[in-house]
Design a protein. Sequence first.
Length: 233
Amino acid sequence: MRRIDQIVILTGAGISAESGLGTFRDEGGLWAQHKIEDVATPEAFLRNPDLVHRFYNARRAQAAKAQPNAAHKAIARLQATFSGTVVLVTQNVDGLHEKAGSPAIHMHGELSCALCAACEHRWDAPMTMAVGDTCPACASSTARPDIVWFGEMPYHMEEIVEAVQTCDLFAAIGTSGQVYPAAGFVEEARMAGAATVELNLRDSDMSHAFEEHITGPASDTVPRWVDQILNGQ
Ligand code: APR
């Protein structure tokens, strides 16, 4: 059996579903209730910043009330006790990995953070952001949620690609594989010789690219998968 020294875990909205946060593309998900082009693009923010702020204010309030579930906690346990390295990359903006005690790389930004569109200064977002909020660094009225919108470049890509290309095991948990570049990580990991596993409630658009599939709710499958890794050390 291949020795595992470095694990990269990619998480998506499915890991937070059982914490009460809706996913994007499941039935009745966020993108069934809101049009992406109205709330999640730079153009939407230029056109109607009030609507965009209200959308993210609602999500910030929901995320603040949510608690990590057994899947978030199991990943934190893996990070704390695995003998090698565990790099956690998340597309989620909800902060539940941090609440579970996990350091995560946030490739799509964070609801808890505000960003100045003019000078790129970042600060802790207030619970409610509004049109006209000023940047504490440059004082211009260009505060926005620190969320990577469609058409923008995800954060920390160099660091993430380096980790994916040097890992021995790549796991994707609760992500539909519909949004790039995250959806392409599995292929990169495979090309680099890593083992690949998908943990999802059902098949995703990228299922064919994974060698192993563990099907079921994350709160059940992730703790069992973590035990299996820790027992195999
Ligand atoms: N356990 C495991 N997987 C689950 C669960 C669960 N309890 N509930 C749902 N899932 C799976 C679904 O089967 C689906 O494959 O989670 C996935 C959620 O997919 P999406 O809603 O598309 O979320 P995600 O993949 O994180 O979206 C990627 O799209 O809109 C953007 O920026 C947003 O970061 C987001 C990105």
